[in-house]
Design a protein around this ligand. Structure first.
Ligand code: SDX
Length: 393
């Protein structure tokens, strides 16, 4: 009806993009960051090393690692005025709503002098975001709890600082358990980047107009919030709690297969992976370590999760559709064991993904040939027709 779709070279420049940052082979379940397999990075490097790798393309040597780590640690505090933005939210606001609003507000703090064509300015944006996003995230939690904000400290690890800012109060300082600190750091790494997913594509499209990078990251936070994307980790816990007992698993698996039922098995399936998500394997190993450390091996939700995974992996509906556990399936169980409430799970995903978003933004802006994104559409609406006055309609 609307003419044959003609190939337009510009279409490729909007519908897909080139990048050197992350490679995914969905059929084989492969994820590489700048060529390094995710399981090696998650178990051998710390998150800040991975941040350096995503931004600069190489793993840092000792001197580069020390400089990058100290630079990030010395930029963790936010402007005191930024704290005022939290006060505009109700205490029961979803932390993702608060985070999106406060990160967008950062664009009002760093705008007049910001020249995104200057590589050093772009580097400072990256440092500021990587350094401040844990502080902003923890402040979202403290605000919804009605507790005072906890300042970051320059002598703490990235993950240790975050856990302290989440759980310390003026009455007692939180003692960071090294096993939980390592698990938190590993969760950050496992969520750091994932090629052109919905939220990263949002950041790229917003950034392609030359918009303020902090506002673009806020757009990425908004896209990540959805239950089909970053909101899945919160949805997995809600699902496991709704299942409640191993005896009800079959009922929920049947619902997930019923086309008339909108219920989906949260934490399963992926737009790209048609094999095990390599991040899920490391996440499952981390889950066992954390719950073992905390003496929660018999956690009922973990038992339901493991039984559910086993059933789904043997069910022909899931096998036919190559539906496997994804990065979100086990992360929520670990976060809950650490003491993080479910409404903060996607905030932690956004915290970790900020480096991926800003690395993609920087890669795009630093390419002088980049152009504004303009996805094409296939028009399926009405043909041209005459207007009629209301008396004739
Ligand atoms: C993330 O893009 C990224 O990289 C995202 C991410 C990242 O790091 O940025 O990896 C993070 O978002 C992981 C995904 C988290 N989402 C969830 O766990 C929510 C539950 N998953 C589903 O909503 C779903 O699997 C999606 C949204 C992830 C993918 O949806 P698709 O692309 O529609 O899945 P598909 O085309 O592979 O589906 C094939 C079939 C369909 O059935 P049929 O029409 O062929 O009969 O499988 C069905 C789907 O209905 N299906 C599911 C299912 N996922 C797909 N059926 C039941 N439960 C599910 N979870």
């Amino acid at each position: 009806g609307h003419g044959v779709f003609t190939f337009d070279p510009g279409f490729l420049s909007t519908a897909s993009c080139e990048s050197k940052i992350t490679f995914i082979d969905g059929g084989k379940g492969v994820l590489l960051h700048r060529g390094y397999p995710i399981d090696q990075l998650a178990t051998q490097s710390d998150y800040l090393e991975v941040c350096y790798l995503l931004l600069y393309g190489e793993l840092p040597d000792q001197k580069q690692k020390e400089h990058f780590t100290s630079t990030v640690q010395n930029h963790t505090m936010v402007h005191e005025q930024l704290a005022a933005f939290y006060k505009g939210f109700r205490r029961d606001a979803h932390p993702m709503a608060i985070m999106a609003g406060v990160v967008a507000a950062l664009s009002a703090f760093y705008h007049d002098s910001l020249d995104i064509t200057d590589p050093h300015h772009r580097e400072v944006c990256a440092f500021r975001l990587i350094a401040k996003i844990p502080t902003i995230a923890a402040m979202c939690y403290k605000y919804t709890k009605g507790q005072p904000f906890v300042y970051p400290r320059n002598d703490q690890s990235y993950a240790g600082n975050f856990l302290r800012m989440m759980f310390s109060t003026p009455c007692s300082d939180y003692q960071v358990n090294p096993v939980l600190e390592r698990a938190m750091d590993r969760i950050f790494t496992l969520h750091a980047d994932h090629e052109q997913n919905a939220s990263t594509s949002t950041v790229r499209l917003a950034g392609s107009s030359g918009a303020n990078p902090f506002a673009c990251i806020a757009a990425g936070i908004a896209a990540l919030w959805g239950p089909a994307h970053g909101g899945a980790n919160e949805a997995v816990l809600t699902m496991l709690e709704e299942i409640g007992d191993e005896s009800r698993i079959d009922e929920f698996v049947a619902r997930a297969k019923d086309k008339n039922d909108p219920f989906r098995l949260m934490g399963f399936g992926h737009r790209v992976y048609k094999n095990f998500d390599p991040r899920a394997k490391v996440m499952k190993q981390t889950c066992d370590e954390v719950l073992g450390e905390l003496g929660l091996d018999n956690d009922p939700l973990l038992k339901i999760a493991k039984r559910l995974e086993q059933i789904a992996l043997e069910d022909e509906y899931f096998i036919e559709r190559s539906l496997y556990p994804n990065v979100d399936f086990y992360s929520g169980i670990i976060l809950k064991a650490i003491g993080i409430p479910t409404n903060m799970f996607t905030v932690i995903f956004a915290l970790a993904r900020t480096v991926g978003w800003i690395a993609h933004w920087n890669e795009m802006i630093s390419d002088p040939s980049y152009r504004i994104g303009r996805p094409r559409q296939l028009y399926t609406g009405e043909d041209k027709r005459e207007w009629k006055p209301v008396s004739e309609r």
